[in-house]
Design a protein around this ligand. Structure first.
Ligand code: NAD
Length: 282
């Protein structure tokens, strides 16, 4: 069984981004710049934004943080997005989700210039991905594909199962796998007989948000498992720990390759955000 080391792959991606940024600067060009918009005081969002800003600094990307109060009017948030769209010193714009209820996330994302949409959530980029055209790909599924490629240089004809159909992970993941010529099934909350679907798959990408939903006994022996889930649970010793959507202890005995949680998909998301920011600057 191969443990897919997301931390190591993410470190390679970051190093490559840092080298490209340095080469740009050596050419006399300004560093790529990412604007991060954070609304309200959701503690998890603050942690995510802090990690993104830190990762930018480590690779030489300039970042600017725009913090707005949790009761900000949607019009004010939209005005900020429009200012950032027009700012030639800003290459990428990221609005951290979730937004407070008075701000409509769809409207806010649609206001971002698709050429600066480094999260890849704008309908133009989602549409381009669905059509197999180049554009910005959401960071988490892009990271999952990168990890899959460390195991499978060629995904053509592979039976791939994506569990979850969210717009930020499951759907774009399925589109990426189709573009790689895999045979793709999408399972979701209304799917029948998930164990049978899992049992057919050479590749399983689980993005559900249910601790250890996928059991080891469901897997086809030798399958590659990418576990996107990040679930906080309390262990038998009363201590909190993170588990994925796949029961790692069981799956590791059956799978050919598997990502751990933490240390698998998680580190790849920010690494791919840095890559997207570089792409936006280029
Ligand atoms: P979501 O809640 O938006 O979507 C979950 C999907 O799972 C839905 O499409 C739903 O239909 C499906 N689902 C629910 N119950 C199911 C069941 N019993 N069988 C099959 N499908 C079922 O979640 P999301 O935003 O896609 O996130 C999924 C998980 O991935 C969460 O644990 C989240 O924390 C994690 N996540 C991790 C990263 C990362 O950087 N590693 C990024 C995004 C999300």
């Amino acid at each position: 069984m191969q443990l897919i080391d997301g931390k190591a792959v993410a470190a390679e991606v970051r190093a490559e981004v840092a080298r490209t940024v340095a080469a740009r600067r050596a050419d006399g060009r300004r560093p790529p710049a990412l604007a991060v918009v954070l609304v309200g005081d959701d503690p998890a969002s603050h942690v995510y934004v802090r990690n993104k800003v830190k990762a930018c600094a480590e690779t030489g990307i300039r970042s600017e943080e725009h913090r707005l109060a949790s009761d900000v009017a949607e019009a004010e948030l939209l005005a900020l997005v429009h200012r950032l769209n027009a700012d030639p010193e800003v290459d990428g714009i990221l609005v951290q989700l979730p937004l407070p209820p008075q701000c409509d996330a769809t409207r806010v994302i649609e206001a971002i210039d698709p050429a600066k949409d480094v999260d890849g959530f704008h309908p133009v980029n989602a549409g381009r991905l669905a059509l197999g055209l180049p554009g910005f790909v959401p960071c988490t599924p892009a990271g999952c594909l990168r990890l899959l490629k460390t195991v499978h240089a060629d995904l053509a004809g592979a039976e791939a199962l994506v569990i979850g159909r969210s717009t930020i992970v499951g759907r774009p993941m399925a589109a990426l796998l189709v573009a790689e010529s895999a045979t793709v099934t999408i399972a979701h909350s209304r799917s029948r007989d998930l164990p049978a679907l899992v049992g057919r798959a050479d590749i399983v990408v689980a993005a559900v948000g249910r601790p250890e939903l996928v059991r080891g006994g469901w897997l086809k022996p030798g399958a590659t498992v990418i576990d996107v889930g990040i679930n906080r649970v309390t262990g038998p010793d009363g201590r909190a720990r993170l588990v994925g959507d796949v029961c790692f202890a069981e799956a590791a005995a059956v799978a050919g390759a598997i990502t751990p949680v933490p240390g698998g998909v998680g580190p790849m998301t920010i690494a791919c955000l840095l890559e997207n920011t570089l792409k936006a600057a280029a």
